[in-house]
Structures are given as structure tokens and as C-alpha cells.
Design a protein around this ligand. Structure first.
Ligand code: FES
Length: 167
């Protein structure tokens, strides 16, 4: 069904949670904590359709200082420091969320996979074999819109201070 299709260029990013669920995400709400979002496309009649029937479509959106964003982030898919990734762990598919111990990073609740959204969501701890894919975005009329499909930045895991991330 169309509600299960993955994000495609032109989809609008809408809030997944809270009072504003289903409304386009707004710059003022974004920060280094993840904002959960769904892609919204169109159904066969051209009506807006939030693609929330497929849990793997869940996205995480951040706003960082542009100077904090580093490779392998696809900077062409970033708008004013706003960057979007898949929320689905590349280990075994759990939903990742903020790592409150290390603000601005992500932690998977299942096996402590850790990712850095400032560096293309490369793996900074735990078992995931590859980064979270980035969704390139653009901004039009105050809305954030997918500018391409999800992109995998194949980038090996690194030995980092995982101990500091997960206690
Ligand atoms: Fe995320 Fe295993 S599913 S670390």
C-alpha cells in the first residue's frame, strides 16, 4: 500500500509524535535532540498520505551548527544544519533514539549501537555494521522536503570511546 512506500524525493517531513503529529516539521522545534518524523507523500488520488504504515520509514531530524557537521555527512542534503536520517538501526532493526549520556548522539536500545548524526551517523559504538542512511533534504516554503532517496554512506565502524557512551 502507498502508506508503506519508502521516502521519495518530494515527500514532506511531518511530525511522528505529539500534538503536531502529521504536521510539517518546523525549524523552531529542531535541535540536537532527535525529532521523529514520517515522510508524507500522496495517495493515488493525490491526497496527502503519511507513510507511517511501514515502521522502517521512521526518520530522525536534527539541527546542528553547520560547523559541527563533518564527513561522511552528505552536506548537499543538509539545509542550515538540518539533517535527517533513518531511525532504524543497521544492526537488527530496532528504533534508535537520543543518547542522553552524550547529547547530540544516538543510541540503540537493543544492543547499544551508537551513531553520530554530526558525522553522517557513522557507527561510534556497538555492533551496527554501517551508518544510518541519510535522507537528503531541502527546504521549500518553510517545509522540509526529501531531496533524494535514503543514502548509505558506507563507512567502517571505528574504535572510539564507546565506554564513555554506554555505561
Ligand atoms: Fe541496534 Fe542491535 S538492533 S544495536
Amino acid at each position: 500500500t502507498p502508506g508503506k512506500l519508502p521516502a521519495i524525493p518530494g515527500d514532506i517531513l511531518v511530525y511522528a509524535d505529539g500534538d503536531k503529529a502529521g504536521q510539517p516539521i518546523q525549524d523552531a522545534d529542531l535541535g540536537i535532540k532527535a525529532t521523529r518524523a514520517w515522510p508524507q507523500g500522496k495517495d493515488k488520488d493525490g491526497k496527502p498520505l503519511v507513510k507511517s504504515e511501514e515502521p522502517n520509514n521512521l526518520l530522525l531530524v536534527f539541527k546542528f551548527a553547520e560547523s559541527d557537521l563533518k564527513a561522511p555527512t552528505d552536506l548537499k542534503g543538509v539545509v542550515d544544519g538540518v539533517v535527517a536520517y533513518s531511525a532504524i538501526c543497521q544492526h537488527l532493526g530496532c528504533q534508535v533514539g537520543d543518547n542522553n549520556e552524550v547529547p547530540g548522539t544516538l543510541l540503540c536500545p537493543c544492543h547499544s549501537g551508537a551513531y553520530d548524526p554530526k558525522q553522517g551517523c557513522k557507527v561510534i559504538g556497538g555492533p551496527p555494521p554501517r551508518p544510518l542512511p541519510q535522507l537528503p533534504i531541502k527546504q521549500e516554503g518553510g517545509q522540509y522536503i526529501a531531496a533524494g532517496p535514503l543514502e548509505f554512506a558506507y563507512f567502517g565502524t571505528t574504535d572510539t570511546d564507546f565506554e564513555k557512551l554506554v555505561k
